[in-house]
Design a protein around this ligand. Structure first.
Ligand code: PAY
Ligand code: ZN
Length: 340
């Protein structure tokens, strides 16, 4: 029970099977899971997310996780599915999960870039971007992780639509970006943590990609006065003073997560701001989520470090998901314990 009977979590699945899986997960766990419409892609595919929430009169906070913003990173949607399975299988028996589900709802978008994912299954395995046409359909695809409204177009992007890192014609020019951004914007007062899953490289990346200089005071966080963000941050950092402590704290929590992950099979992850440990980029969803005031915002780069790269063999799905689970649980647990 609780997970669709017979679904194979140790294989990669094409989009139609993931759609089917979402429907079945909801049907077989109707007390806990609901499937919701999020939006439409540029090729008119539907984007759905799953909401896992335990019925309660309490007002709860949210953990958001999206997978598959980049088409070829197949381990990412596989992890979102694994994560859902683990929660559903264990929420009754695992005290950690049952504790945080009293306070937190989980919102999971298993495949953000549906068109790209389908394209990488059917046409070009190493496709990265979405599939929107540009220049009279002479080139296709925007890098959705350069299309968010955070220092859009400023660094680590291309304006050439045939580039892998084409940032689109403007911030949120893409329907997939808009669907996610509008939804998160609407819910941001309640979202404590934004997680976005990629591969590969074995990193937990923190804000910012677009600058190596953490802004002083609260300049980085817009709209804080609107929803008492400072009060939220103070819950975590114990200070009302400025934004730097939350950036540092994100690092520390990511370190704990990486340590937990390593405990499983010894896999080593590097932790730090994207601009410091990887490269600079702008318009990433992770930067944007933190900029609008979500206190914890992370990009995971899952296995491996380049041996197989995007073509991670399916026999690594299980160990990758098992270890990543520990990291994600560490973060959720921290946020839960500290906030509630
Ligand atoms: O949020 O800053 C971030 C993630 C940075 C990723 C990016 O969007 O460029 C890093 C790459 C990714 O997962 O897309 C890394 C992979 C190996 C790539 O395609 O270069
Ligand atoms: Zn990626």
């Amino acid at each position: 029970r609780q997970v669709p009977e017979g679904y194979n979590y140790t294989q990669y699945h094409p989009m139609e099977e993931i759609y089917q899986w979402m429907t079945e997960v909801e049907e077989s766990n109707s007390e806990l899971v609901t499937q919701h419409y999020l939006g439409e892609t540029s090729e008119n595919q539907t984007m759905y997310y799953l909401q896992i929430s335990q019925p309660s009169n309490k007002s709860k906070k949210i953990i958001w996780m999206d997978c598959g913003i980049h088409a070829r990173e197949w381990i990412s949607p596989a992890f979102c599915q694994w994560f859902v399975k683990e929660i559903l299988q264990n929420y009754k028996s695992d005290p950690q999960i049952s504790r945080f589900l009293q306070n937190l709802d989980l919102y999971i978008l298993p495949v953000l870039n549906v068109d790209g994912y389908i394209y990488s299954w059917e046409k070009e395995r190493l496709w990265r971007k979405n599939r929107s046409p540009y220049m009279n359909a002479t080139c296709y695809g925007t890098d959705l992780n350069r299309n968010f409204n955070s220092s859009w177009g400023s660094i680590g992007v291309s304006y050439n639509c045939s580039s892998e890192i084409f940032c689109g014609s403007g911030p949120e020019s893409e329907p997939e970006t808009r669907a996610v951004a509008q939804f998160i914007e609407r819910k941001k007062e309640d979202i404590l943590c934004y997680l976005t899953m990629h591969s590969y490289g074995q990193y937990i990346l923190t804000p910012y990609g677009s600058t190596t200089e953490p802004p002083s005071n609260n300049e980085e966080l817009v709209g804080d006065e609107n929803f008492g963000l400072l009060k939220i941050i103070a819950k975590f950092t114990g200070t009302n003073e400025n934004a730097v402590p939350i950036l540092n704290l994100q690092m520390q929590v990511a370190e704990k997560a990486a340590t937990a992950l390593m405990g499983k099979y010894g896999t080593s992850y590097q932790v730090g701001a994207t601009s410091l440990i990887l490269y600079s980029n702008s318009g990433s969803s992770r930067d944007w989520a933190h900029m609008i005031g979500i206190p914890f915002s992370y990009t995971f780069e899952l296995r491996d470090k380049g041996t197989h790269g995007f073509l991670l063999p399916s026999d690594q799905i299980e160990p990758t998901c098992e270890e990543t689970m520990l990291a994600v649980m560490t973060i959720i647990d921290y946020v839960d314990q500290k906030y509630f």
